[in-house]
Ligand binder design. Structure first.
Ligand code: F6P
Length: 357
């Protein structure tokens, strides 16, 4: 059996992309007569027709490598059917290049946006398989995405290191953790790092409640406070606003990000010495953790098994301890946010962690 497979990585990168590519490729070479085509920079390469025939040796030595050997780019789903100034019909171009490459299937590694376009291409008749990557862990139908646990490890280390300096100086430290819509990374790293306050996009906060936690700790002879704030965390007032209104409100406030803003507000309200820490893209960089290497390999092998069975229109998932797959049509466009009553939230509350609500 011969199969020609196109692979692309799309959207924000994360640790484990190369490990997953390697998993697909090695299993495919083992299981059947595979030819692999690497599509450059995600859907950009598919739209513009930029790809390369891959050699088996190119998949060697990449298990531990961060980033993606194929490159990536953000190609918003909302523009896919829009013909812009360049006059390119992107969907038609992607189908044309798929056919020119003589692919039997296309494997798309990516997050929510990538999966929406993967579903679109599947509806257009292409054979597509998705693989769920993102440090945000916000893809519906899978317990975990690859990249998430590595980011949790990195963000936790940031909190750990901030902890010691916060304690030495008796300061309030606000650490901004990636995640615009979903707070999974902040929730896990906050718990792992022993944060005192955790602020998530899904649970709007009241700054006065956050201030109360800082004051309460001071009363308990704890001179320092660690606040883990998701970059998309919002106040109760902001939560009532539409996205555009909220953005304008934030721009007016003049603060660059949630951590700076909360640090300033707490200084004004409680008079504490506060500092903001923004680890940013460090959370997405470098080598995947052992957990993510294993998950990426399991996911990649499952994708190769699906190709062998010619089962398309699906994305690979982890449910419980089992690697399985979901229909693209059922998961595309459904973000997995932290439910306010999630068990992990309750665990945190029972540990005395405040969500500022
Ligand atoms: O989706 C992953 C993520 O790192 C989010 O947590 C973050 O909001 C966003 O990407 C940042 O995007 P960019 O890399 O384009 O700045």
């Amino acid at each position: 059996m011969k199969r020609r497979i196109g692979i692309l990585t799309s959207g924000g990168d994360c640790p484990g992309l190369n490990a997953t590519i390697r998993g697909v490729a090695r299993a495919a070479y083992e299981m059947f007569d595979a030819e692999i085509v690497g599509i450059m920079d995600g859907y950009r390469g598919l739209i513009e027709g930029e790809w390369q025939e891959m050699k088996r040796s190119q998949f060697s030595g990449i298990l531990t490598l961060g980033g993606t050997i194929l490159g990536t780019s953000r190609q918003p789903f909302r523009n896919m059917r829009v013909i812009g100034e360049d006059n390119v019909d992107k969907v038609a171009a992607m189908k044309k290049h798929y056919n020119e490459m003589k692919l039997d299937c296309l494997v798309c590694l990516g997050g929510n946006g990538t999966h929406k376009t993967a579903n679109l291409l599947s509806e257009e008749g292409l054979n597509v398989i998705g693989l769920p990557k993102t440090i945000d862990n916000d893809i519906y139908g899978t317990d975990f995405t690859f990249g998430f646990h590595t980011a949790v490890d990195i963000a936790t280390e940031v909190i750990d290191r901030i902890h010691t300096t916060a304690a030495s100086h008796g300061r309030t430290m606000v650490i901004e953790i990636m995640g615009n819509k979903a707070g999974w990374l902040t929730l896990y790293a906050g718990l792992a790092g022993g944060a005192d306050v955790v602020l998530l996009p899904e649970i709007p906060y009241d700054i006065k409640e956050v201030a109360k936690s800082v004051e309460q700790r001071a009363k308990n002879k704890k001179a320092f406070t660690i606040i883990a704030a998701a970059e998309g965390a919002m106040s109760k007032k902001e939560a009532k606003m539409k996205k555009k209104e909220r953005e304008a409100f934030r721009a007016e406030s003049g603060f660059n990000g949630i951590a700076n803003r909360i640090a300033k507000e707490l200084t004004d309200l409680v008079g504490v010495e506060a500092r903001a820490v923004v680890p940013g893209h460090i959370q997405r960089g470098g080598s995947p953790s052992a957990y993510d290497r294993v998950l990426a390999t399991q996911f990649g092998v499952h994708a190769a098994q699906l190709i062998a069975q010619e089962e398309y229109g699906v994305t690979v998932a982890l449910v419980g301890n089992t690697i399985t797959h979901n229909k693209l049509s059922e998961i595309a466009g459904v973000p997995k946010l932290v439910p306010a009553d999630h068990q992990m939230v309750q665990v945190a509350r029972d540990m005395g962690i405040s969500f500022g609500d």
